[in-house]
Design a binder for this molecule. Structure first.
Ligand SMILES: Nc1ncnc2c1ncn2[C@@H]1O[C@H](COP(=O)(O)OP(=O)(O)O)[C@@H](O)[C@H]1O
Ligand SMILES: [Mg+2]
Length: 371
């Protein structure tokens, strides 16, 4: 019996964003779950300094939380290179001034969160090199990364988004008082966020207007552009997975809910990734059929309005009146086995290995170039 050639998947992970370790954790999870009969993994780690290194599949298997410590990409590995070969895209290792271990790449899966990964930059590189890749294209990735541009696009599409103000570095420099007045006119509490952040890093909840300026300065440590959003107090936080369907409307998962155990807590970094008692994920969320239909429709409309490809997680607030609002759309949602996105799909009948295969197959099936 002849064996079908396996699909060679370049997994990219790590990266220069604040979510480096989370990305490594995800890469370990995917490496352990991906079907080895169908897929051959080529690991490309991006160090926190931005160097590209080749990480063998076997080494990736050990990327997990050990004693509360998250994995990182080591710098002392052979340099990895992606290139546009004569017969299609290739991956290689640089050995002095020559290339070694040159192999074709069928598809790239960038398990990168945040800027320089989830924001259209690496998607642009894949486009230039002619590499098929999992997930959203350049424009949708870039818009989805920036909480201001994202909300503008959603509002323009008629999607329900809460009030917010963006503060650019130029506005802050030229008229700080006006920026503070705009943001301070929102109802408190407000949430102050780095515009292109993720994993709740740099986000502050501000209850007292006197603390607003300090929270903005804190968020600016992570991104010179900041958004200030009106807080949804006492709202439920519900998230849905969406997957593209090449033949029709996107598929939407059952919802999951994030339950904070204390009233004024929010879903911060520790609550997201480290074992803590302050939060639990309920999958599937307990919602009545009317709300279920409503939020699934909203998730699908959000996915379509943002012209996302591949996958997205749509995060909603459901307020005390049962009205759903879009908080954000993530084009590369947390993707460890115990992250919300894989969990809601598992609850919907698509387990983690099948989810990975589905996303890679979607990427392989989609045309290159303008779509
Ligand atoms: N407008 C808001 N009202 C209430 N809670 C919020 C608001 N914005 C953010 N939060 C809380 O902060 C968390 C992180 O904010 P989010 O915008 O989702 O940023 P990230 O991109 O880092 O996930 C949310 O999951 C929620 O718990
Ligand atoms: Mg979020």
């Amino acid at each position: 019996m002849t064996r079908q050639a396996r699909v060679r998947v370049a997994l990219l992970f790590g990266g220069v964003s604040t979510e480096h370790e989370i990305s490594c954790l995800t890469a370990g999870g995917v490496a352990r779950a991906i079907d080895p009969e169908r897929f051959e993994v080529v690991g490309i780690g991006i160090t926190a300094d931005g160097a590209w290194v080749r990480i063998p599949h076997a080494e990736l298997l050990s990327y997990e939380v050990v004693d509360g410590r998250l994995p990182r990409v080591p710098a002392d590995r052979p340099e990895a290179v992606l290139l546009r070969g004569e017969d299609g895209p290739e991956v290689a290792t640089r050995d002095g001034d020559r290339l070694a271990d040159v192999a074709g790449v069928d598809v790239a899966f960038a398990l990168l969160h945040g800027p320089w990964g989830e924001d259209g930059t690496i998607q642009g590189l894949f486009e230039m090199l002619g590499i098929r890749y999992v997930g959203a294209g350049v424009a949708a990735s870039a818009i989805g990364m920036d909480k201001d541009l994202m909300k503008r696009a959603m509002a323009a599409a008629g999607l329900p988004v809460g009030p917010w103000e963006a503060i650019t570095p130029a506005q802050w420099r030229d008229d700080r008082a006006a920026s503070l007045a705009r943001a301070g006119a929102l109802s408190f509490p407000v949430f102050v966020k780095p515009a292109r952040g993720g994993s709740s890093i740099g986000i502050g909840r501000v209850d007292d207007p006197a603390r607003l300026e300090a929270a903005i300065v804190e968020a600016q440590r992570f991104d010179p552009k900041v958004v200030v959003e009106q807080g949804f107090v006492g709202a439920r936080e519900i998230e849905l997975g969406v997957i593209e369907d090449l033949d029709g409307p996107p598929r939407v998962s059952l919802p999951g809910e994030i339950r904070m155990h204390t009233a004024d807590a929010f879903y911060d970094f520790d609550a997201k990734y480290l074992p803590e008692d302050q939060v639990s994920l309920q999958v599937p969320a307990d919602v009545d059929p009317v709300l279920l239909a409503d939020i699934q429709d909203l998730a699908a409309r959000t996915f379509a309005a943002m012209a996302v490809e591949g996958l997205a997680r749509v995060d909603l607030f459901v307020d005390a009146d049962g009205v759903a609002w879009v908080n954000e759309l993530n084009t590369m949602p947390g993707f460890t086995r115990t992250s919300m996105f894989p969990m809601v799909w598992a609850a919907t009948g698509l387990d983690y290995p099948s989810l990975i295969a589905t996303l890679v197959d979607l990427a392989l099936a989609r045309p290159m170039g303008l779509r």
